[in-house]
Every structure is written in C-alpha cells, then in structure tokens.
Write a protein that binds this ligand. Structure first.
Ligand code: MLC
Ligand code: AMP
Length: 495
C-alpha cells in the first residue's frame, strides 16, 4: 500500500481534514476513498495509469478523490479551479483523460465540454453511502501518480509527471526537514493543482497524521482571523499572500495588532515560497507576527530542492541550502560547475525529480543534461553558504502571485484577436504580485480599440492571473538587428 495511505491507519481517529466547518477523521478518509476507488474501477481490477482529471473544491472531497484515484491505480490530474473552458479542454485532451470527477458546482461549468471529450463523468453525488467496496490493486511505487500542468518556454503548458516514489520522496524530505508531527494543524489557502498546496501543505500534513484545515479561497481578512484563533500552528504561502495579509493588518487597530502578534508568535513555523520573498515583506511580517519566515525554493518538476534551515539562520533574500537527499549545483553557459560566489543556472538531481513531461520526450530530454541533472532555468549564486536567486534565464517566464506564466502562451492568444497585428508580453516587477503582466500591442486600427472589451475577450480564454494588467500601444515592437523582439528594452519602457 502507498505509504501516505498506510500512515492513515496509524491514527484512525485523529482529525485529518477540516472543511466547510466539518471534521473528518483519517478513518473516514480511508474508507470513503476506498469506496470511491471501487466506483472508479467500475469492475476493473486496476486503472493501470488511466488519467483521471478532477475538478473539486478544496476540502474533504478533493482529498477523497485524490486518494481514490491513487488507490485504484490511476494518475491524478487536478484541474485548476480558475481556468476558463478552453484551458480545461486542453488539459483533458493533452493528458488523454478518460475519467473526469466533478463536484456538482463544477459539473455545470464543465458540461459543455464533457460530451465532446467522450469522457466518463463521475459526479460526487453518484457516490451514495453503501457503494460496494471491491478489492483494490497493489500499486508499485515506480508507477506514475500525478500530472500537474505548468507553463514553460513553450507556448502551451506541459504536464509534469511524478511517480509515487517521487511524491513520497518530496513529502518525506519536507516532513523531516521541517519537523512535521501529528500535533500540527495547518491552514491551506493555496490552489490544489500545484505542488505548493498539494505536496508541501496537504500531503505533508496527512503523511504526518496532522490536520489540514481548508478555506475555499484566500481572503485576507478571513484568513488573518482564522490564524489568530489559536487552533492553527503552521502556515505556508506565496509572498503575495503575506503582502496581502500585511496590507489588511494595516487597517486594524492597536488592540487587534496585539491580538495578532500574541497569536501568531505561537506558531511553530511559517514558510514562504514559489516566488522571491522581498526582504521588506519578510521584515514587516516579522514585526507583525514575531515569525521569521522560512524561505525555500522549489519547482513543479522537482518538489522542494533548497531551503533555509528549520533551526539556524534564515537569511533574508536567500533560499538556504540543498535539502537532504537533493544534489544542487550552479553551472555556467558551458554547463561547467562554477565556484562559490559566481552566478549560473541551478541544476538539481535527486529522487524528488519528476519522471517526464507527459507525451513530450524531446522536452523531457532537453530538460536534463547528459549526466542527468535537471536544468531549472533559474539563475543563482552561492553566497556565504546560502543560495541567492538572481533571476531566470528566460525573459518569457513570468511569476505572478506565485503562478508561473509563459509570455509566449499569452502572446499566442493575443495574436488570435482580430484587431491585434502583433504583440509582445513581458513581466514587470511589482511589490505585491512579484511581477505583473505587460502587453505591447500593434493594432490594426488603434483609434477604435476598447480595453474593457479586450479584457472580457481574454477572460474567456485565460485564467484571471494570466490577463495583462498594463498595455502599450506601439507602431512596431522594439527589435534587434536580427529582427527579434528585444524584451529587455520593452520591459524598460513599461517600468
Ligand atoms: C489576480 N489579480 C491579479 C492577479 N491575480 N492582478 C495582478 N496580477 C495577478 N497575478 C486581480 C484580479 O484581477 C482581481 O482584480 C483581484 O486581483 C482578485 O482576484 P482573485 O482571483 O480573487 O485573486 P486572489 O484570489 O486574491 O489571488 C491572489 C492569490 C492567488 C495570491 C491568492 O494568486 C494564489 O492563490 N496564488 C498562489 C499560486 C500558487 O500556489 N503557486 C504555487 C505554484 S508551485 P479586480 O480588479 O477584479 O478586483 C511552485 C513551486 C514552488 O511555484 O516553489 O512552490
Ligand atoms: P512552478 O513551475 O510553478 O513550480 O514554479 C517554479 C519556479 O518558481 C521556480 O523555477 C522559481 O523561478 C520560482 N521560485 C520558487 N521558489 C522561489 C523562491 N523562494 N525564490 C525565487 N523564486 C522561486
């Protein structure tokens, strides 16, 4: 049996999940996921890596579905809750999903594309109490477990495939490094189609016998209130979330400031990651909460690779040291390891590292060096024993609100607009979002252009966080002698 699920049997009566004001024990999760696994199997003995997509709100049902897919031998493909229909359709097709599990709310949203996909639809409402439970297959840990879609330097997102072994390794690395225990209680405010929410928060909690408390959506006031109630002792988020919490804190009175500080200073640990933590945010949060944030570095393809220490110096502006079991090196353009203090690409090796990009053998082989190091595309240097991120190799990768976004993907969509002749998209530094998206447009008839109409048009094609926030109307895009758009120059114009 998979270790994560076997662990649940060690503490059947402990609370695994709190969602919608209800508490669910490990025993309940174990038996509900077995029932749903039987339903997914539908008479088969093993799903044999069938891709099972699911669009289910954060909470007990989400975890039940994830465990059921794994226990039935399928590959879990969590869908984003903020993608518009074309983006959902792309994932369902690209991953060749044959089963789609939905809760009632998302069923109506996905209905228009379900028929087209010829996919077996399983509604949470189909799972009535008392469904017969059939024997579940033994799952070899080398089998594929999950596909998470992430943007890269290609136009369309790629499916990152991890095996059960990868996932177990990603979880146990963090459980040990950050001293997780069954006494922990974490608040999960992150989306559950990315490793930060799925692995670092949810899976680490359940592996440890701890409790994961869900909110449906991040909202600064409600989250700060929950954090100060005294029940939760762990929190992990992207820098934008800490920024928004700080902003909300500034609207509170002195008495409330005292309550916040007293409650938050009791937390065992607070972590920031998925994007660079500005030193100003780290310092402000420390003065508000008494918590020195632990910053760590990771990626969908590798889980977490580098972290500041749980005990020891958490250095502002730095991501720390290689996590146990992970090998990290910095290389120059010719792929030679540089000496400490020199900058270059971060490359990593270890059992955390993913298996492949789904159905993209070329992209997979390009992502690794000949001797098996994964090329992260991030630039860093080792500074007095701690890694410091300096930027990214590609200007076409944007990070906004902790989401990785491909400039090329947005350009491809913009170019299909009838009034846009040409365009270029760049990330513009921003204190709240890390970067915001800027689009430079060459229009057919500039006078008659309406941005509100464009925004509505984009909303049907892209999730809200991929929609450009700033626009430039230009006669032509800045180009070098070879005719290539000079994005650094464009960025400077925006800034
Ligand atoms: C939303 N808005 C943005 C935006 N996203 N504005 C600029 N840039 C963006 N990226 C605007 C909306 O248009 C809206 O504006 C307002 O903000 C509220 O929108 P929302 O959709 O309600 O946003 P919100 O829920 O507040 O989103 C903020 C967030 C979210 C930080 C909670 O972005 C988030 O959950 N980020 C986490 C992503 C994550 O988990 N990444 C990890 C990837 S794994 P208006 O005008 O309409 O009000 C990884 C590996 C690792 O990176 O190391 O962990
Ligand atoms: P994703 O593909 O969504 O998993 O995003 C991974 C990327 O997030 C990495 O390649 C980095 O660029 C970025 N990232 C993650 N953690 C940090 C951090 N602590 N500091 C700077 N960038 C980070």
């Amino acid at each position: 049996m998979l270790q994560l699920i076997e662990n649940a049997q060690n503490h059947p009566d402990r609370t695994a999940i709190i969602s919608d004001g209800q508490e669910y024990s490990y025993k309940a999760l174990f038996s509900a996921s077995a029932q749903l696994a039987s339903l997914l199997l539908n008479g088969l003995s093993d799903l044999d890596e069938t891709r099972v997509a699911f669009m289910v709100a954060p909470g007990f049902d989400y975890v039940k579905v994830q465990w059921a897919i794994w226990r039935a031998g399928g590959i879990a493909v969590p869908l984003s809750l903020s993608n518009p229909l074309p983006a959902q359709e792309y994932v369902l097709k690209d991953a060749d999903c044959s089963i789609l599990v939905v809760d009632d709310y998302y069923h109506y949203f996905l209905e228009p594309i379900v028929d087209k996909q010829k996919i077996r639809l399983v509604r949470m409402a189909d799972l009535v109490q008392g469904t017969d439970q059939t024997p579940l297959p033994d799952i070899a840990k080398t089998r594929r477990a999950m596909i998470i879609y992430t943007s890269g330097t290609t136009g369309q997102p790629k499916g990152v495939v991890t095996t059960h072994l990868n996932i177990e390794s990603q979880i146990s690395t963090l459980v040990n490094a950050w001293a997780w225990s069954k006494e922990d209680r974490i608040l999960n405010v992150l989306p559950l189609h990315h490793v930060h929410g799925v692995i670092n928060v949810l899976a680490c909690a359940l592996w440890s016998g701890a409790c994961c408390v869900f909110v449906k959506k991040f909202e600064a006031e409600a989250v700060l209130k929950l954090l100060t109630e005294g029940e939760i002792n762990l929190f992990m988020a992207v820098p934008t979330i800490y920024y928004k919490l700080i902003n909300h804190w500034t609207t509170l009175g002195v008495d409330e400031h005292d309550i916040v500080k007293t409650a938050l200073s009791k937390f065992r640990l607070m972590v920031s990651g998925s994007a660079a933590l500005p030193v100003s945010v780290m310092e402000q949060w420390e003065s508000i909460s008494g918590q020195r944030l632990l910053e760590r570095y990771g990626m969908t393809e590798i889980g977490m690779a580098i972290s500041n220490p749980y005990k020891g110096e958490r250095r502002p502006g730095h991501i720390g040291q290689a996590l146990p079991g992970m090998q990290v090196r910095i290389v120059n353009e010719t792929n030679e390891q540089v000496v400490a203090g020199e900058s270059g690409e971060i490359q990593v090796k270890g059992s955390n590292v993913f298996r492949e990009y789904w159905k993209r053998p070329e992209a997979t082989s390009e992502a690794f060096t000949e001797d098996g190091w994964f090329r992260t595309g991030d630039v860093a240097k080792l500074n007095k024993g701690s890694y410091r991120i300096l930027g990214r190799m590609s200007v076409d990768i944007i990070k906004s609100g902790g989401y990785k976004i491909s400039a090329l993907e947005i350009e491809e969509v913009l170019r299909t607009h009838p009034q846009i002749n040409d365009c270029a998209v760049v990330g513009i530094p921003d204190p709240e979002w890390d970067e915001i998206i800027g689009a430079s447009l060459v229009l057919t008839v500039p006078q008659a252009f309406d941005f509100e109409v464009l925004k509505a048009w984009l909303k049907e094609r892209l999730p809200v966080y991929k929609i450009p926030r700033k626009y430039l109307i230009q006669k032509d895009l800045p180009r070098n002698a070879m005719g290539k758009v000079t994005k650094k120059e464009l960025k400077a114009i925006f800034m």
